[in-house]
Structures are given as C-alpha cells and as structure tokens.
Write a protein that binds this ligand. Sequence first.
Ligand code: GLV
Ligand code: MG
Length: 306
Amino acid sequence: MAELRSRRSNLAVPGSNPRFLEKAKGLPADQVFLDLEDACAPLAKPAARKNVVAALNEGGWGEKVRAVRVNDWTTEWTHTDVIEVVGGAGAELDCLVLPKVAGAAQVQALDLLLTQVEKASGLEVGRIGIEAQIETAQGLADVHGIAAASPRVETLVFGPADFMASIGMRSLVVGGLHPDYPGDPLHSVLVQILVAARANGVQAIDGPFLQVRDVPAFTAAARRSAMLGFDGKWVLHPDQIAAANEVYSPAQEDYDHAELILDAYAWATSDAGGRKGSAMLGDEMIDEASRKMALVVAGKGRAAGM
Ligand code: GLV
Ligand code: MG
C-alpha cells in the first residue's frame, strides 16, 4: 500500500470543455481524469481528444495523477482515443481509465494496443497504467480476472450509475442510501470490488455521487467506503474535493497511533528488543497482525503526505 499513489479524490473533467480543463489544474484533487466517454457527446469527441492532448502537453498539473478516460470497447472510438491521446501526449499521461470493462480480455486488448502506441511513439513501454471501471454485471462477474489481467492495472473503479442500470436496480439515487432498502444497497458490490483489488495488490476507488450540492451526503457515502478500505472516490464538483481528501486520509490520531505500533513492534522483534513475537504498547497487545493493520493506516497516511 505504501508505494501506491494517493488517489483520495479523483476529479472528473469533461474533455469537451477547455475552460474546465484549465480550471482543474489548480484544484487540489489527487487525480484528474479527463473524460472522453460519457461526459462528451458523440459529435464532441474528436475535438475533446485534441483538447485533452493540448491540456496534458501544456502541463501545470503539479503532483496530480493524470488520467484520461477512453470510450469502452463496444464503441467505434476506443482505438482512436488511445492512438491520439497516447501518441499525442503519452509522456504526460499516467493512466488510461477503461469504462464498462466486461472481462479480462478487454483489459488485455487495451494493454496490447497501449504497447504498440508506446513503441511507435518512442515511449517507455508499460509505464502507462490502466484503471478498470467495474460498472456492469459482466464486469463484476469477472472482477478478479480483470484485476489480474495485466501488470498495468493500478485500480478497480466502481461505476454505480452504469452498474445500477446494468443490474436493473430500481433506484435513481446514485451512490446514496434508499428508503426501501435497510442499509447500503451497493455494499456487497463494494466489498467484491475491494476484495478483488486487494487480492491483486491494486487500489479500490469508489464512484461518483451525483447530488453534487449535497456535500454532507457525499461525505457520508465516502465514509462508508473509506471505512471498508477504499482508497478514494470520484468527485464531480470542486466542493467534493476537500471532503474526499479528508475522508480517505486516516485521522491524525489513527495515523500517529499506527506509526507508534510499527515502531514498538519493530523494536520488540529486533535483537535489541529480544526478538519477541508480540509486545505491549501501553494496554494494547500488538503482534504480526497488528503490524499489518498499522501498515495499512500508516501507508495511507504516508501516501497523503502526513
Ligand atoms: C461512472 O462511470 C458511473 O457509471 O457511475
Ligand atoms: Mg459509467
């Protein structure tokens, strides 16, 4: 966990809107994804590709992870998206987001195409990562295969809007609770994505919350997935960024405590500490499992610059 990039807030920016692309550079999101998919109308896609290439090449993104969401493989656009964006700005791009991933083969297809475009453009082969959106019944059915499909996969990203449509969920509330359901109707989906991500050493990113003016409701949804273990969440509006950055960072108190556990356990298991298997930290017994849990919290805090 400690080496993975911080992705607490993943800001969606429509590739068709040069003003939003410019504005996004100055916002404090950990990651931006410049969208060529659902935020761009079909006729706007050719111009959006050019806007995205120009915005990446202009720079000014600071430490942000720079991603572009291409169109899914059932459209006629994916190959042109990859060739134009990676061919035009591959050196300034960290990841491609692949939407509506239906199975491992779709990730492998993107990996192969990326490799060709990297070679043809003189780029380092394999540097650009893939973020796989799990947002259909087929995608969830093959979520482990998708996570393991390529060493390029860096994250699994939940897409609640498409997912709810795909399974026929009778709700229009995306990412929130519903009065007809006791608890979070998407809980089991989140856990399946999280387990597949962790089993394959990749990050798990929660999807968008569409009621963009209701920051308290966004925060509540973010707290639920952060508590499970998710690393971050999509944000659609600048107001959601600070909330996501806070929710997906460990509390300062928890971070400090995690570092303390790591120090105490490292001492107890060292020669000088007597090579013990477990130790006491105040009134708390700590052992190898405590070290692993502490490493998760400390890793998230270190990635967030705590
Ligand atoms: C995001 O792409 C979603 O479908 O929720
Ligand atoms: Mg979607």
